[in-house]
Design a protein around this ligand. Structure first.
Ligand SMILES: Cc1ncc(COP(=O)(O)O)c(C=O)c1O
Length: 405
């Protein structure tokens, strides 16, 4: 028998350290309602039911609530059951998986696409497998890349070089020092999910061509929300067909769950054949694939949806400005208020929730580096102007009162 007390003491000390720095994670038990979203109920510490507005959901276009998406989910669940019952190779590939993959390839104008359990798993599998494919490969990775890309690079076990965030000059200086014939992959996000910054996609694509590198782009927060039919920022920046592999998710702009890559047929076949996070896991339920297909098709068919959403974001920011709420003026839909201290960030979020009914999850380490703790605000298509005004006033009062404490 192991000495549990010894192991528990060590684990407990790690948790205590998190609590001391304000980085311990407290989950709010959100009673999500398809009818009244973004409003929801939760029980406070005394067990009283309270109502609040969710300002941190990634369901940007509210596709998780769409009646047609829900209908597909229920219909195919009744036809096919709740789960796939196998990995893709062992009875887990259905017509719904195949249709979804064709639709995604179509969306991005690529030859092929491959669905994973999540975009996290897609980044692990695709980057890990690609980095292993080419002898002597080096992955050039943006310093702000998501944890799933960082883990994917680790799995690849090849050389890596980190370039400064969105810095084409720094990337070029690293590329210049590498032999032309050495295999290289430039890995970046089109839109950074915490700071809301947008990569110079055209510039990076140009460098990739010039220095003979492949490009791997995470479009997780951009698909559905930007580009024609929701094809993402690569399309919006005029680079469709010029990126070697795109990673996307269903869990944000498309409102369901799962991830994918889109690329040339040969690269997709390679990842399909070599990526453990694709091979050794049960495939997504057919009903979820059907619901996602409905969502992607619906987003594609609603002309002006992306523009309407951006206009909504602009209204939100106008209202924040009217209330003198300070935020980073980035070119995306993600609005960040930098706080820079974990304890203060949590205190502000607690006040907003309990005194104003505004739910903003404080974003702390390791999601952002220490010192960059922030409030991350996301407006969805269902947030009303009245709700925006209420939040702006609550933020103005709370930030002012916390500053003087
Ligand atoms: C940039 C980025 N990539 C990948 C992921 C993983 O996406 P998924 O939720 O589909 O696993 C996230 C998740 O939040 C993300 O922000």
């Amino acid at each position: 028998m192991p000495d549990n007390a010894m192991y528990d003491k060590i684990v407990g000390s790690h948790l205590d350290a998190l609590k001391r720095t304000g980085n311990y994670r407290y989950f709010l038990n959100v009673q999500k309602s398809a009818q009244s979203f973004p409003e929801f109920t939760f029980a406070d510490a005394d067990g009283h039911q309270k109502t609040a507005v969710n300002w941190c959901s990634n369901d940007y276009l509210c596709m998780s609530l769409d009646a047609d998406v829900l209908q597909s989910l229920v219909r195919v669940a009744e036809e096919s059951g709740a789960g796939a019952g196998g990995t893709r190779n062992i009875s887990g590939t259905t017509v719904h998986h195949n249709r979804l993959e064709s639709c995604l390839a179509n969306l991005h104008g690529t030859e092929s696409a491959l669905v994973f359990g999540s975009a996290f798993m897609a980044n692990l599998g695709a980057l890990g497998a690609l980095g292993k494919a080419f002898p002597g490969c080096v992955i050039l990775s943006d310093e702000r890349n998501h944890a799933s890309m960082i883990e994917g690079v680790k799995i690849a076990r090849c050389d890596k070089q980190i370039f400064r965030h969105n810095d084409a000059e720094h990337l070029e200086s690293l590329l210049r020092d590498l032999p032309m014939e050495r295999p290289k992959i430039i890995a970046f996000e089109s839109l950074y999910s915490m700071a809301g910054t947008v990569a110079p996609i055209q510039e990076f694509v140009r460098l990739a061509k010039r220095y003979n590198a492949l490009t791997y782009v995470d479009e997780v927060h951009a698909v559905g929300v930007y580009g024609r039919g929701g094809a993402g920022l690569i399309e919006q920046h005029g680079c469709a067909g010029q990126v070697d592999m795109i990673n996307g998710t269903f869990a944000k702009g498309f409102g369901t769950l799962g991830g994918y890559i889109a690329s040339r047929a040969l690269l997709i076949d390679y990842v399909r054949s070599f990526a453990p996070s694709f091979i050794f896991t049960t495939s997504l339920p057919p009903a979820l694939c059907a619901a996602t297909l409905t969502s992607v098709e619906k987003v594609r068919s609603r002309s002006g949806l992306q523009k309407a959403y951006q206009e909504h974001v602009r209204s939100f920011r106008r209202i924040l400005r009217e209330h003198s709420v300070p935020f980073d003026d980035n070119p995306s839909h993600i609005t960040r208020i930098l706080i820079g201290d974990a304890m203060r960030c949590k205190a502000i979020a607690d006040t907003l929730l309990h005194e104003y009914g505004a739910y903003l999850q404080p974003i702390n380490f390791p999601t952002v580096p220490e010192g960059e703790e922030c409030l991350r605000l996301t407006v969805t298509l269902r947030h009303s102007v009245t709700q925006m005004r209420h939040l702006a006033a609550a933020l103005a009062e709370t930030l002012a009162s916390m500053e003087t404490e």
